[in-house]
Design a protein around this ligand. Sequence first.
Ligand SMILES: Nc1ncnc2c1ncn2[C@@H]1O[C@H](COP(=O)(O)OP(=O)(O)OP(=O)(O)O)[C@@H](O)[C@H]1O
Length: 405
Amino acid sequence: MSSVTLDSVSLAYPGGQLGLADVDLTIADGEFIALVGPSGSGKTTLLRTVAGFVAPTAGRVRIGDAVVSEPGRSVEPERRGLGMVFQQHAVWPHWNVGRNIAYPLRRAGVARAERARRVAEALELVGLPGAERRDPATLSGGQRQRVAIARAIVARPRVLLLDEALSALDEPLRDRLRLELRALTRSLGLTVLHVTHDRSEALALADRVVVLDGGRVQQVGAPADLLDRPASPFVARFISDATVLPGRLDRAGFHADGHPISIAADRLSASGHDPARTGAGGPADRAAVDLLAEMADEVDVAVQPEHVRVVPDPMGPATVTSSFFGRGGDELVVRWGDLQLRSRMGSLRCAVGTRVRVEIERAALFSSATDRTAAPGDALSARLPCVSQLGVRSGAVRRPASVGA
Ligand SMILES: Nc1ncnc2c1ncn2[C@@H]1O[C@H](COP(=O)(O)OP(=O)(O)OP(=O)(O)O)[C@@H](O)[C@H]1O
């Protein structure tokens, strides 16, 4: 078990494509980290950098106290003490299950009797006790993936790297293996780096989620932080399917550009406190909204589907254009003028074509100059320490273009 640290890691591929740009990330010993981001955002590159399959062009990678990669020096993947599981079950078909799992132990020179004991133990851990002699061709997809997990943990790795490890499996098997994997890594105290396309899986499994875009870290936070305090409109859109609206801010609240929608100031959250506990519009929010209203009348708000209340009303200004059945209530798409909003709130069942009115329960506020590559402690906070003292989200507030340097 070990921590993983990336210090200012950048990676440019030989063709010039940017893989990673100045990534700083510390994964604590025993922590489960999920890496998410759009296609091409650098998730696999980051994982391969930690694994040692690619070497960064700048920066340093440490596993525990050992530097495994720095300019001019890279420790080979097999000497980094890692376990890896990929999307396609990389189980060799011509070897039986026991031999597959024993492979890392044989490479490490572990004696035969000890190998047999550890293989049996690993099979027990992944719920396939006694399967040593099975032919992989006779296993289901889920069982083969369990074998791959057993092989990844049998040599007691310092860190487990998972690259879309569950993505090829169908629900509900995937859901079950997800739960088992989390319980297993927790009981072994493993440090885990898990790349996934599935945002719900990332939020469900991880202690912290890393959001990447364009090779840069956009936000690192606990799942609840990403939902409640997105660092930028990009994160709100990517993680929560938020609709981002441009508009103006005054002390009364937000007014959308070219649209009648307005959101009262006490529904805007702009501060670092936990809106789930206290609701938007607490004193810190109020002070931050007032400050932003003074400084930057042009803003964006991000509205999550969970905060869009749809109320059937024959005189309402909006119309339901899509309705998807959900367990708790329908997921709706509502058109209001040229604005399209998603709603996933409450237990409402509503048919396409229903006239409705729309109430926004809460929205996250950003200066429209918010740079999605913002680093915490941006220029505005530095120039106006009161913003950080008020608890405004790091990176959420950028100096508006109209404010001189
Ligand atoms: N071997 C390579 N040679 C050149 N460019 C590459 C190579 N591998 C990745 N890239 C580029 O690096 C960037 C990051 O790619 P990466 O595969 O890490 O993204 P990703 O987030 O894992 O994407 P996906 O979700 O589609 O797997 C992309 O622009 C990609 O085109």
